[in-house]
Design a protein around this ligand. Structure first.
Ligand SMILES: NC(=O)c1ccc[n+]([C@@H]2O[C@H](COP(=O)([O-])OP(=O)(O)OC[C@H]3O[C@@H](n4cnc5c(N)ncnc54)[C@H](OP(=O)(O)O)[C@@H]3O)[C@@H](O)[C@H]2O)c1
Length: 486
């Protein structure tokens, strides 16, 4: 039997990488290693099963360790959202990765970029094209298999979240011109099938492989999604919806923030359809499932609470979760609420605190949280509409409304990092001690405006934070009672 191939997955805490990792995890013919920026974002179970290197593509030493002994390496990284100079970061990251892979004697890089042509590409797509070109630039030393996908349909993908929210919320839509631009959507399951099959593809040279199912436009995608959901929808085209107005439209009705909406709309202005037939030629066993089937599958996953990854999983440039120095120890202002456990178990308190937010809401003052979410959206933030990946359970890196889960210690601690627009840095911490629950809102103000903000919202904090800690304990008591009676 041939020895197991050694595979490196980068971007393993992102939308594509997380799902790829789940597919490759239990294969006997492969040994997988991950390069991640924060190992706490990988579940304890997976951490025990796989070799993990912590670091990023800007650290040569981490790259060398990650790539040592590897046969094929997935490059599923981008710097979008990080900085205005994301193009430079993308370029440097790809160069570092390619050169380190050559040094390590890696035979194949497998990269997923975006579909589209340079002439009409948005600046994000241009950067994806440039990344592919850099990775492919030394064919004599390393082979690159470069997949290009357009709109990806799957539970938790940004495009699907947009389509689903628009279709569910708006019986009648006025639509901009770009809804008639042609594209070739593909289900996330098919994307993964191509990525996996590329490991053993018998090819020596660089390859560019465009992947997608049937060609359709965004309007057809929305009407088909409505049909799958059993809804009747009407669309009225108007000439005056500029990309900027469209982006505002999207942030009102979907969970994506302005920056992502604007990037997606920019991308949808130009056609994204396959430029080659390499997918059928090199992977004859893969037939992309029709769009309607991909939508039905994604809806089912949402219904069954089986969402492996979401578009907002990666830190997308916002503080890369928690490192020692980012712990709220540095905060200056605090709102501390302490309540005795009164016989409630730590496990139930943890379970109750893990269930807050999303569709469940924030107890009595949900309207105040919603108002804060609305203000946040207006300011270009995430608002409350991101909700949560699944009900009840949390994972480090999960988005939870306008928070990000920064740290979890089972039955002991939940730390949420605020991703709402605030003049400073904010955390919400639940510290479950032996006999009490300590809930702390920490705030590190930036300058005088930060302090003014804190004191203006203090009366509202007084309402919502008292309520929150009390209701978590009440819910925990209910859970305990239910456990006893069952
Ligand atoms: N998702 C789609 O709909 C879609 C469609 C077409 C093509 N693609 C392509 O698929 C690829 C992956 O996209 P995605 O949607 O999975 O992205 P994503 O969800 O934003 O994930 C990006 C991943 O890259 C990691 N990362 C970013 N910079 C890094 C660095 N310098 N070093 C190490 N890790 C770094 C992030 O880590 P943290 O978790 O620490 O932030 C995260 O794991 C991209 O090339 C994209 O163009 C995606």
């Amino acid at each position: 039997m041939p020895s197991a191939k050694k595979i490196l997955i980068t971007g393993a805490t992102g939308y594509i990488g997380r799902r790829l990792k789940a597919r490759l995890l239990n294969r006997d013919d492969l040994v997988c290693r991950l390069l991640v920026r924060n190992r706490n974002k990988v579940s304890v179970k997976v951490r025990d099963l796989l070799d993990i290197v912590e670091g990023d593509t800007f650290q040569q030493e981490a790259l060398d360790r990650a790539l040592a002994g590897i046969d094929a390496a997935y490059y599923l990284i981008h710097s979008m959202g990080k900085d205005k100079d994301f193009k430079d970061l993308d370029r440097k990251s790809a160069e570092n990765f390619r050169d380190a892979a050559i040094r390590a004697g890696v035979r194949r890089i497998i990269y997923l970029g975006g579909l589209g042509v340079r002439q009409s590409a948005s600046k994000h797509l241009l950067s994806r094209i440039e990344t592919g070109e850099i990775l492919s630039a030394k064919p004599a030393e390393i082979q690159t298999i470069w997949f290009r996908a357009g709109v990806i349909i799957g539970s938790g993908s940004a495009s699907f979240d947009i389509i689903r929210n628009l279709v569910q919320k708006l019986p009648c839509m006025i639509t901009p011109k770009w809804v008639t631009t042609l594209t070739q959507p593909i289900s996330i399951e098919d994307v993964l099938s191509y990525l996996v099959a590329a490991i053993n593809l018998p090819a020596e040279n660089n390859l560019m492989i465009d992947i997608g199912a049937e060609t359709m436009n965004f309007k057809q995608m929305m009407l088909t999604a409505a049909k799958v959901m059993g809804l009747k929808r009407w669309m009225i085209p108007v000439p005056f919806l500029s990309p900027r107005l469209s982006s505002y439209w999207l942030i009102f009705f979907t969970p994506v923030p302005y920056a992502l909406a604007a990037a997606l709309v920019e991308g949808l202005k130009s056609e994204t359809i396959s430029q080659n037939d390499h997918a059928a030629k090199f992977f004859p066993d893969i037939t992309p499932e029709p769009y309607a089937q991909a939508v039905a599958r994604a809806l089912k996953e949402l219904e069954q609470q089986h969402v492996i990854s979401r578009w907002c999983d990666s830190s997308a440039g916002v503080a890369c979760d928690i490192k020692e120095h980012e712990d709220p120890g540095s905060s200056i202002l605090r709102d501390v609420r302490t309540l005795p456990l009164e016989g409630t178990t730590a496990a139930s308190v943890y379970q109750a605190a893990c269930g807050i937010g999303g569709e469940h809401g924030w107890y009595t003052y949900t309207f105040l949280w919603r108002l804060r979410g609305f203000i946040d959206k207006m300011a270009g933030g995430y608002g409350l509409s991101r909700g949560r990946r699944v009900a009840e359970k949390l994972r480090v890196g999960d988005a939870l409304d306008f928070w990000k889960v920064a740290d979890l210690k089972e039955n002991k601690r939940i730390l949420l990092l605020a991703q709402m627009k605030v003049p400073g840095k904010a955390w919400l911490e639940f510290d479950i001690q032996q006999d009490q629950l300590v809930q702390t809102a920490h705030f590190l103000p930036s300058g005088i405006w930060g302090r003014i903000y804190w004191y203006i919202v203090a009366p509202l904090h007084n309402l919502v934070f008292v309520d929150l800690v009390q209701k978590i304990l009440a819910t925990a008591k209910g859970l305990d009672a239910a456990k006893i009676s069952s």
